[in-house]
Design a protein around this ligand. Structure first.
Ligand SMILES: Nc1ncnc2c1ncn2[C@@H]1O[C@H](COP(=O)(O)OP(=O)(O)OP(=O)(O)O)[C@@H](O)[C@H]1O
Length: 226
């Protein structure tokens, strides 16, 4: 469904992704593990179209992503929760969730169906839906960022170090929500980056390692990368 082939990218003349190839099949949970600075965020930004492809190919469901502007990703079913989630503090929690759906002009019925999925996976968000986003804690904000990615990402959701900075109990809850997603939708694929492989051990189907922008496939998750 998502396939990267021989992808290269640079930032300010420095190569940050080298000859990277990776496959994310429909419905799979794929982990991309690498230490800080390895190139995880750069790879996700390439998929999103926020970082320019120098060479190689990125295909998604028959679309050549190199030709598709950044703002078209949500309309083809790709959702993204960046590492530094940016919620609009003057909107309520639910308005933040609705935002990507409104941008791609979903019908009210479709948007409501997608919000139902988000609230089924993350019921704690329903209870807080009228709260201003500015008052949410960092951990709650991460949950909202996941929910927002699910509103757009009907086919593929990209999560950049989602566990980073979460207290252990919230990290467990976040992991449980990701596993719970499978009860409601088996077709959404997840590509999750992490520096701590232990956090994804319980539920990733496939694992890749990234080091200095180079990706290798790993049969099993390493115990640790440092
Ligand atoms: N805006 C930028 N300008 C210059 N170099 C950058 C920039 N952003 C990232 N880099 C460099 O690109 C490389 C890959 O960074 P990237 O953020 O993709 O790594 P990462 O694995 O996501 O790590 P982290 O978890 O620290 O974000 C690093 O060497 C980093 O220093």
């Amino acid at each position: 469904m998502l396939r990267l082939e021989g992808v290269w990218a640079e930032i300010d003349g420095v190569t940050v992704v080298r000859d990277a190839s990776l496959d994310v099949p429909a419905g799979a949970t794929v982990a991309l593990i690498g230490r800080n600075g390895a190139g995880k965020t750069s790879l996700l930004r390439l998929i999103m179209g926020a970082l320019k492809l120098r060479s190689g190919q990125i295909h998604f469901d028959g679309h050549d992503l190199a030709d598709l502007p950044l703002h078209h990703r949500p309309s083809i079913g790709i959702g993204y929760a960046p590492e530094n989630r940016r919620l609009n503090g003057s909107f309520t929690l639910e308005e933040n969730l609705r935002f990507p759906g409104e941008v791609i002009r979903l019908s009210p019925a479709e948007l409501s169906r997608r919000l139902d999925l988000v609230y089924a996976v993350l019921p704690e968000l329903r209870d807080m839906r009228e709260r201003p986003a500015a008052g949410l804690s960092g951990g709650q904000g991460k949950m909202v960022a996941l929910g927002r990615a699910l509103v757009a990402g009907t086919r593929l959701v990209l999560l950049d170090e989602p566990f980073q900075g979460l207290a252990p109990v919230l990290a467990q809850r976040y992991g449980a929500a990701l596993r719970g997603l499978r009860e409601f939708d088996r077709d959404i694929a997840l590509l999750i980056t992490e520096s701590n492989p232990g956090l994804l051990r319980a539920f990733a189907d496939e694992h890749y390692l990234i080091e200095r922008g180079e990706i290798s496939r790993s049969g099993t998750l390493p115990v640790a990368i440092d």
